[in-house]
Write a protein that binds this ligand. Structure first.
Ligand SMILES: Cc1cc2nc3c(=O)[nH]c(=O)nc-3n(C[C@H](O)[C@H](O)[C@H](O)COP(=O)(O)O)c2cc1C
Length: 163
């Protein structure tokens, strides 16, 4: 577990290879099992593997925002749940680690939360039942085309030990 946490990196280069539904389900289950404020379990997941939809989103966005990952897991909740951003972030982190454990690459993708409030995306967002939701983030998921380098820490003094 410690090695998993220390070795995880964001992946931005994916093979053109589908991820099995079994592996995707493992990752999603780890998101579903994440802690949530007052155990509300309000976070929901939209798993997009449909190439037409993924390409359509990238086309409208005008850029390859998901790095051609074959799977995008959108993590969202309701605006009236004050825990949504925190719970969604916990789910994202757990899915990141699950992906790494399973030998998959993953990357937090922030753009969906802009798309959901942009009317050019209304058709797709309605189709995905995401319109009106608070999107915390989405996880690009796929097989790594290259092994990311180990992470470098930017600053050393980020921990204040008070004894
Ligand atoms: C809230 C949040 C939003 C992020 N949004 C994006 C994004 O839109 N696109 C992207 O390529 N990476 C995104 N990332 C990934 C970060 O850039 C990455 O975690 C950071 O550079 C550290 O690299 P590492 O994950 O390999 O340790 C995001 C990460 C977080 C936590």
């Amino acid at each position: 577990m410690l090695e998993n946490i220390k070795g995880r990196r964001s992946c931005r280069n994916y093979l053109d290879k589908e991820v099995s539904s079994e592996l995707i389900d493992e990752v999603v289950e780890c998101g579903l099992l994440a802690p949530s404020g007052m155990n509300t379990q309000g976070i929901e997941f939209c798993v997009i593997t449909n190439k037409e939809i993924l390409n359509g989103l990238a086309e409208l966005a005008g850029r390859n925002f998901h790095y051609n990952a074959p799977c995008l897991i959108v993590v969202y909740g309701e605006a009236d749940n004050r825990f949504t951003p925190y719970d969604g972030s916990c789910a994202m982190a757990q899915m990141h680690l699950a992906a790494h454990e399973l030998g998959l690459g993953a990357c937090w993708i922030n753009q969906l939360k802009d798309f959901v409030v942009d009317e050019r995306f209304d058709d797709i967002m309605n189709k995905l039942a995401l319109k009106g939701k608070v999107i915390v983030g989405s996880l690009a998921l796929g097989y790594k085309a290259e092994e990311p380098k180990p992470r470098m820490m930017k600053r050393i003094c980020r921990v204040n030990y008070v004894k």
